[in-house]
Design a binder for this molecule. Structure first.
Ligand SMILES: CC(C)(COP(=O)(O)OP(=O)(O)OC[C@H]1O[C@@H](n2cnc3c(N)ncnc32)[C@H](O)[C@@H]1OP(=O)(O)O)[C@@H](O)C(=O)NCCC(=O)NCCSC(=O)C[C@](C)(O)C(=O)O
Ligand SMILES: [Mg+2]
Length: 354
């Protein structure tokens, strides 16, 4: 185990100092594209200003015979676009695959200065983060980078879920976690073949009515991802990093996608992935607080004065704890409003500096 005293020392001579805090930037939507797909790459100039995070995906979803084209395509995208306020991330291939090492050896020297975050799939434990932590420090030093690249882990194996705390704590570079529901379902031997979302068989049923034993009993679908997501949120918050819901594979079912994203938002996630342009606005809407909730939060914060004691607001008790809940909403609304004039107007909060 590393000493707490050198946790923030660079892991290679000449590498940038590891971050003490993960900077907050809007990340309601992480938009995935395949850099080997020219049609998708052609859409990027229009997509970049619409998304909080643009992510070039090199891993699953990219054909094996396109892996090198995708890596090279990502370099071209980085070189040929100005990302403005939008974050630029990559999902590299896993470190046990034939491509993971070359992804890192190519991308860090070529476009490391533009890459905000490297998303690492199939993380099993702290040892995977330690490996990439040292390797990135060596590559950053060699490339003369002055800003450390952050690391985001996908939780998509049973072992990864079991080690979630250690993964979050493994490096000051850790930026966040996403849920990988498809690989996780397979690894756990769950019997759903869907990419995220619910399942009609995963339900609870209303008790029988003794007066009408043959009456239809209502059923209520449950969320099979609730346990994992809640565990991720606790681990991330405990270590000062950010939890994200992952993908929702039923692109055509925009209603269920919105529901799944909202469940994650309510539980504490900061964003979700979009796999198709139709999911971008869903994520942005869901992960921005609703106007009525911002108005309520303002009202409670105003009524609570210095934030201590107990008062009644619209028939409900508010105290030191509930004002903190309201500040969570208001703080997020303020941060988003400061970057988005439309949200600022809707919330009645200060907008971007002119
Ligand atoms: C689902 C697919 C095949 C439907 O693609 P399509 O072309 O059949 O759809 P479409 O509706 O016909 O597309 C309309 C237009 O939008 C374009 N388009 C479509 N998608 C995008 C996009 N993302 N970004 C930019 N442009 C996009 C597409 O090229 C087309 O352009 P056109 O009008 O010029 O013909 C396609 O959207 C796609 O490949 N999306 C990304 C898939 C992906 O990244 N999968 C991996 C992430 S999920 C995962 O890995 C799991 C996890 C976490 O690991 C685990 O749970 O274990
Ligand atoms: Mg996966």
């Amino acid at each position: 185990m590393r000493s707490a005293k050198d946790f923030f020392a660079p892991l290679a001579v000449g590498a940038p100092t590891p971050p003490r805090d993960i900077p907050w930037r809007p990340s309601r939507v992480i938009h995935f594209f395949d850099p080997s797909n020219e049609k998708m790459a052609a859409k990027l100039p229009g997509l970049i200003p619409r998304v909080d995070v643009l992510l070039g995906n090199l891993e699953d979803g990219v054909r094996a015979d396109n892996k090198i084209a995708a890596r090279e395509g990502l370099v071209k995208v980085a070189e040929g676009n100005d990302f403005g306020e939008t974050q630029f991330w990559v999902r590299v291939n896993s470190i046990d695959s034939p491509w993971g090492l070359d992804d890192l050896l190519t991308l860090v020297p070529a476009i490391g200065a533009k890459l905000d975050v490297i998303m690492l799939p199939k993380v099993q434990g702290a040892e995977d983060i330690h490996y990439i932590d040292r390797l990135l420090a060596q590559l950053e030093a060699k490339a003369g980078l002055t800003r450390p690249i952050l690391v985001h882990a996908i939780l998509e194996t049973a072992r990864g879920v079991g080690n979630v705390e250690e993964i979050c704590a493994a490096s000051p570079r850790m930026q966040g976690l996403s849920l990988g529901p498809a690989d996780l379902a397979a690894d756990r031997r769950m019997k759903t073949t869907r990419v995220g979302g619910g399942h009609p068989g995963y339900l609870v049923r209303q008790d029988p009515n003794p007066d009408a034993p043959d009456a239809v009993r209502a059923t209520f679908q449950q969320d099979p991802w609730h346990y994992t997501l809640a565990r991720m949120v606790d681990a991330c918050v405990a270590h000062g990093i950010m939890p994200y819901y992952g993908p929702f594979g039923d692109i055509a079912d925009v209603t269920a996608c919105e529901d799944q994203f909202r469940n994650a938002f309510l539980l504490g996630a900061v964003g979700a992935w979009s796999l198709h342009p139709v999911q971008i606005d869903i994520a942005k809407k869901v992960f921005s607080p609703e106007v009525k909730d911002v108005e309520w939060a303002k009202k409670v914060v105003d009524a609570m004065g210095d934030g201590t004691g107990a008062v009644m607001v619209n028939g409900t008790m508010q105290d030191d704890a509930s004002v903190k809940q309201c500040r969570v909403i208001l703080d997020l609304a303020r941060r988003l409003a400061a970057r988005d004039a439309d949200l600022a107007a809707a919330y009645g909060l200060a907008g971007p500096a002119a």
